[in-house]
Design a binder for this molecule. Structure first.
Ligand SMILES: *[C@@H]1O[C@H](CO)[C@@H](O)[C@H](O)[C@H]1NC(C)=O
Ligand SMILES: *[C@@H]1O[C@H](CO)[C@@H](O)[C@H](O)[C@H]1NC(C)=O
Ligand SMILES: *[C@@H]1O[C@H](CO)[C@@H](O)[C@H](O)[C@H]1NC(C)=O
Ligand SMILES: *[C@@H]1O[C@H](CO)[C@@H](O)[C@H](O)[C@H]1NC(C)=O
Ligand SMILES: CC(=O)N[C@H]1CO[C@H](CO)[C@@H](O)[C@@H]1O
Length: 654
């Protein structure tokens, strides 16, 4: 018995561990070469050479003190390397000290004179932010993922984290920490060390970080070598819960505060949030507006002019709400003072002048474009001191020499892209604010919230009441609206194969397939399929391996997977693992895993049983055995009751 492992896992959803299988397999199986080769983004090489690089989301990297700070009214002080994000004991007992270590200068992003914090490095930076007694949304999303990899002996250098200071804007990440430089080296080191490309797993804001990296790289690498570099270093990109057009909730955080369940006042976190360059990074924006291609400018017009033009196409003005389900912000201001200066303010203001004349408060509404281009913040400048800082940060984004992140992202030229997100949870899409009569940071109260849920809009105020607007066919993942998550569907080509299958074990009878569905680039692609059993949660796969040579794009919509927990989702683990297993296996006909037969889950149950035994220290080797058998390894004589069934089951997938 190995005493260290002498306990069952606290709770281990059935298929949780399967991803580890893949890695065990890839590591132990040293000589398998994909005979299939061919198009569709398949990898012809040695899979034991792959590595995984994790780019975590907002607030998911540990920050440590890099100062000595004496906290006079508290038994706790901050000493170098003490955890700042997140130590809830210190947060509760020395909140002013803690704030000094967390706050940044809102203009130049420098630290407080008395305390500075820096991101931790390595895997522990993204797995050890569990704040003790507070559980739930804040506890680290990657902990279990990494734990399984470690429990099963994955080589330490096969899984890498790319933690970052999530308070900073992208340009400051490079300027202060050379983050993108280091990330490039991480890819290059992995290739050198392990001999193969990497799989990128990005979650939430991590996707925006990765997007910036890809743009930054264009300026680092000679244009002719750019795509070659990507092909050499990145086998697949898994974009999990990506807020591709921003998120409505960012405005809530900026105007009233988002505590993540922390025991601090909303106003306090609002105060912090508004000092961060990253505060405007996830602002919702219109998919119809873009800035000039800065990269182009850089090369063909000499120095950047520092004045990039922002264009919106007709659609922005023909449709209401910038294509979003509703206006992002509706805000009541005491009078019309200063409004004349902003002719672009929505018609609501114009048509409601009568109310103002009587001294009534005026309600102004702002679409995603008007949030992102600063119209909102300029309109409320007289009532809120913080908007000046937010405007400054927005301005910086628009003039970023690498990328204005408040523009829609076209499919990056990577071989394999899997865009994965939860749908059909109740998600906030719009807010009503009114002055509270209190001073900053508590000067706004939320008077109503508009939710999107399964294709309809609801108001919080009049509970259950339908609200008019343009709801999407589905709703988001509790945090990010569907409109933003589903932007990656535009990365699919003109023909798409759609499959809908139950998430849990099934016999194949409830799988629906539509081959070669026509997809118009400017319209959402919606399957003509029912959720046959309303109690069953489904996954909908959109797959395209044809439109770009040697490239694959897939979208996985997972019913009711929540933004923060999706990385821990056993269903996601299973699907990831199957897809990679499918890719590894030579001579496969289809480019993607066939969903027709999900008896596979039975295998995972058996495997789970075996895994538990392994964890209790009894045996580790037999776990990898069924998969070794599939590849014709030499251990055929070994006793393993799984060998036939599991291999058969897996073969149904090819
Ligand atoms: C950043 O701003 C603060 C306050 O505005 C100032 O004291 C500090 O010198 C500035 N730092 C840099 C590097 O410009
Ligand atoms: C927004 O546009 C849709 C159609 O594009 C229309 O049905 C709806 O009435 C419009 N809403 C408002 C408030 O103008
Ligand atoms: C759809 O599936 C068929 C059959 O597997 C395949 O031949 C075709 O290439 C797929 N289409 C796309 C767009 O990937
Ligand atoms: C296991 O596989 C062998 C060879 O494929 C086959 O002859 C045998 O019947 C299988 N056993 C079971 C229990 O399926
Ligand atoms: C045309 C219009 O939007 N009128 C609105 C003006 O504001 C009052 C109250 O503030 C609303 O009741 C009207 O509908």
């Amino acid at each position: 018995m190995v005493s260290k492992h002498n306990r069952p896992p606290p709770f281990s959803p059935l298929c949780q561990l399967v991803f580890s299988f893949l890695l065990v397999e890839t590591l132990l199986h040293t000589s398998f070469v994909n005979g299939g080769g061919g198009g569709g983004g398949g990898f012809s090489g040695d899979y034991s050479k792959l590595s995984g690089i994790i780019i975590p989301g907002y607030a998911s990297t540990q920050l440590r003190a890099w100062s000595i700070l004496d906290c006079p009214y508290s038994p706790f002080d901050f000493n170098p390397l003490d955890s700042v994000w997140l130590d809830t004991t210190k947060l509760l007992s020395a909140v002013n000290c803690w704030l000094k270590c967390m706050v940044l200068d809102p203009y130049n992003q420098t630290d407080h004179p008395e305390c500075k914090s820096r991101p931790d490095s390595g895997l522990s930076a993204i797995t050890e932010i569990d704040p003790g007694y507070i559980t739930g949304p804040l506890s680290s999303v990657w902990k279990e993922w990494v734990k399984w990899c470690i429990e099963f002996g994955i080589e330490a250098n096969a899984i890498l984290a790319a933690p970052y200071d999530w308070r900073l804007s992208a340009s400051m990440l490079e300027e202060r920490d050379l983050y993108f430089h280091k990330l490039k080296l991480t890819f290059e080191t992995s290739l050198r060390l392990r001999g193969g490309p990497s799989l990128v797993f990005a979650h939430s804001l991590g996707n925006n970080v990765f997007r910036y990296f890809l743009e930054w790289l264009k300026l680092e690498i000679a244009p002719k070598k750019y795509v070659q570099w990507l092909d050499d270093h990145i086998h697949a990109y898994f974009a999990v819960g990506a807020p591709l057009l921003g998120s409505s909730g960012t405005v809530k955080a900026a105007l009233s505060g988002e505590t993540f369940g922390l025991p601090v006042a909303e106003g306090t976190v609002r105060l912090l949030f508004n000092t961060y360059g990253s505060a405007v990074w996830m602002m919702p924006f219109s998919k119809y507006c873009r800035t000039d291609n800065v990269y182009w400018k850089h090369f063909f017009e000499g120095k950047g002019t520092g004045n990039h033009k922002y264009h919106c196409d007709d659609m922005e003005f023909r449709l209401n709400y910038s294509g979003w389900p509703t206006n992002i912000v509706n805000i009541e201001v005491p009078s019309m003072r200063g409004i004349d200066a902003y002719p672009s303010i929505s018609e609501v203001a114009q048509s409601n002048l009568s109310g103002m004349e009587c001294g009534l408060p005026t309600q102004l509404s702002f679409s995603a474009r008007e949030v992102a281009d600063g119209t909102l913040f300029r309109a409320i400048k007289d009532y809120d001191p913080v908007t000046e800082k937010l405007l400054y940060q927005l301005q910086k984004l628009y003039h970023d020499p690498v990328l204005n992140p408040l523009t829609p992202w076209d499919r990056p030229p990577l071989k394999n892209i899997f865009c994965i997100y939860g749908i059909d949870s109740k998600t906030e899409v719009g807010y009503y604010f009114a002055p509270s009569g209190k001073p900053y940071p508590d000067n706004w109260i939320i008077t109503d919230v508009i939710y999107e849920n399964e294709g309809a809009l609801f108001s919080r105020q009049v509970s259950g009441n339908l609200v008019s607007g343009n709801p999407g066919v589905a709703s988001g993942d509790e945090t990010v609206p569907y409109h933003s998550l589903s932007w990656c569907k535009t990365w699919l080509g003109p023909n798409v194969n759609i499959t809908r299958a139950p998430q849990s074990e099934h016999d194949g009878s409830d799988v629906q397939v539509n081959l070669n569905v026509e997809h118009r680039h400017d319209a959402d692609i919606v399957p003509n399929m029912a959720r046959r059993d309303p109690r069953v949660k489904y996954i909908t796969y959109y797959e395209d391996s044809e439109s770009l040579p040697e490239r694959r794009t897939a979208i996985w919509e997972i019913d009711r997977a929540s933004h923060r927990n999706i990385v821990r989702s056993p269903v996601l683990m299973r699907e990831l693992w199957l897809q990679m297993w499918h890719d590894i296996h030579g001579g496969t006909k289809s480019k993607f895993v066939t969903k027709g037969n999900s008896r596979i889950c039975k295998l995972f149950k058996v495997a789970h049983f075996t895994m538990n035994k392994a964890i209790s220290g009894e045996i580790v080797l037999t776990i990898v055995w069924p998969f070794r058998y599939v590849f014709g390894d030499v251990h055929l004589g070994q006793s393993c009751r799984l060998k036939n069934s599991s291999a058969d089951l897996l073969l149904h997938y090819l």
